[in-house]
Design a binder for this molecule. Structure first.
Ligand code: ARG
Length: 485
């Protein structure tokens, strides 16, 4: 250990190596070493501009940080691994490369506001990437919905066949779920603020310029209160929640595909490019990737719970407990982005079986409500229509036939308004076509949903680029003049 973060007050001889190794966050922190370097470059820029550090010293420091950043991007940066965290490791490495001037970098800064910055930059970068990927999938779902307008299948309630819908409507439902989840991610990213300048817990007496640093990370603004800033992981909660919402939305798509691809449902077919086999059963064609997407929601949800539990009851100010944010926070993005990619790759290999969909509709009495509504259009009170159609269904069940096989005369014996014209409502295509209430499965309605999905996709991409990736921010930071105005 270099002992940077140690004085004679801390105690002589250093921490027991076993304890240091056990408590170090270095290995996890490597996931955001680039964020750390960009954060330090922004900080040293501000120190130069305010005259707290000379321009020449700042130049040496920022150039060295730039070299480290480029090495990190190329995957070639090796940092001393015997430090408490990546912040100390970077400072130790700078010391090796530029000597004593490295001792000026941490002026008016604490690891507490430094880690608060790094993690926010990480959430921003991952959030922006996830938003772009989710937006692309939402647009693909909109296109897919437009292609599946003529395929009909049952919608399910209680996992029992309920009402006829178009496959377009089902795909649009998947898209809306993902769009709503992605909005939570956008919210998490847009709420990020600039924490540097909070110091250990109460700010600094040095004449720093937090607005300048915030501008480098625009559109961020400085956080409000130093004590809250170093103790808070609100942004991590928002992020893990948004990421979990995305995984859950994808998990529902996956669950439909898993069910519908069984021979019991038979509503979709998977092609070989996405199906897995069995090591023993030669006939198997398994939907493993979709099962795994559904399964990942366990860890995505667990990450939210872990962070909530970590922060619950924690006293104000920084507590080392907070280092335990690392696992959930870092995994949240990996899970959400991984699942988004897998679903994007796999969905084009899922084909609807319109033939089976039609058969399921005929066997399932799914047009019963449509028939009742036809009676309502003739002036019959809904409850009376509902009972009449219920009696018709009971009769069909007794005879072992579908509703459409019952003759008009038998139907009219149950209710005089069940005439040939009313019975037209039993045609599934007519039933779907007639459901034009806003948000319904009718073709005009679904068309509006498709338009909405496309708008959401471009709006989410716009919101992502208004934030910008770490790459964008890094370019801005390293190009900022060091000279005092
Ligand atoms: N490794 C620490 C973390 O990730 C950095 C902040 C440590 N601060 C301190 N005063 N020990 O939370």
């Amino acid at each position: 250990m270099s002992g940077i973060a140690r004085t004679s007050a801390t105690g002589s001889g250093g921490m027991l190596p076993e304890l240091l190794a056990w408590s170090s966050s270095f290995a996890d922190d490597l996931a955001f070493v680039q964020e750390d370097l960009v954060g330090s470059a922004a900080h040293v820029t501000m120190l130069a501009r305010t005259g707290i550090v000379s321009r020449d010293d700042a130049r040496v420091l920022r150039d060295a940080l730039r070299v480290l950043f480029d090495e990190a991007r190329a995957g070639a940066l090796v940092l001393p691994s015997n430090e408490e965290d990546v912040h100390m490791a970077v400072e130790a490495e700078l010391g090796k490369r530029v000597g004593a001037v490295a001792g000026r970098l941490h002026t008016a800064r604490s690891r507490n506001d430094q880690v608060a910055l790094d993690l926010r930059l990480h959430v921003r970068d991952q959030g922006v990437a996830l938003l772009g990927e989710a937006a692309a999938l939402i647009a693909t779902l909109a296109d897919r919905a437009a292609e599946e307008k003529d395929v009909l299948l049952p919608a399910y309630t209680h996992r029992q066949r309920a009402q006829p819908v178009s496959a377009a409507f089902l795909v649009a439902a998947w898209g809306v779920g993902l769009a709503r989840a992605a909005e939570v991610v956008a919210f998490a990213v847009e709420r990020l603020e600039m924490p540097l300048g909070s110091g250990a817990c109460s700010g600094t007496s040095l004449p720093i310029d937090r607005a300048l640093v915030a501008r480098l990370f625009a559109p961020w603004v400085p956080t409000q209160n130093a004590l809250h800033t170093v103790g808070d992981r609100d942004f991590a909660l928002d992020w893990t929640w948004g990421a979990a919402r995305v995984v859950l939305a994808l998990g529902r798509i996956a669950s439909d595909v898993v069910d519908f691809s069984t021979s019991e449902f038979g509503l979709v077919r998977l092609d070989g490019a996405i199906a897995a086999g069995s090591s023993m059963m030669p006939q198997k064609k398994n939907p493993d990737v979709f099962e795994l997407v559904r399964g990942k929601s366990a860890r995505a949800t667990g990450n939210v719970i872990a962070l909530l539990t970590l922060m619950k009851g924690l006293a104000s100010g920084y507590n080392r407990d907070q280092q335990e944010d690392r696992g959930p926070l870092l995994e949240a993005g990996r899970l959400a982005r991984g699942c988004t990619e897998v679903v994007s790759l796999a969905l084009p290999h899922v084909e609807f079986d319109g033939e089976r969909g039609r058969r399921a509709l005929d066997e399932g009495f799914t047009q019963a409500t449509d028939l009742a509504e036809a009676l309502v259009r003739k002036g019959v009170p809904f409850r009376e229509a509902y009972k009449a159609v219920g009696a018709l269904v009971a009769e069909a069940v007794r005879e072992g036939v579908g509703l459409r096989a019952i003759a008009e005369a038998r139907a009219q014996a149950i209710h005089p308004d069940l005439d040939a014209q009313a019975l037209l409502a039993l045609d599934p295509a007519a039933a779907v076509a007639a459901k034009e209430s806003a948000g319904g499965t009718g073709p005009r309605s679904v068309g509006a949903q498709i338009t909405w999905l496309r708008e959401q996709a471009s709006e989410l991409s716009r919101r992502a680029s208004a934030q910008g990736s770490l790459e964008t921010v890094a370019r801005r930071v390293f190009a900022e003049p060091l000279e005092r105005p």
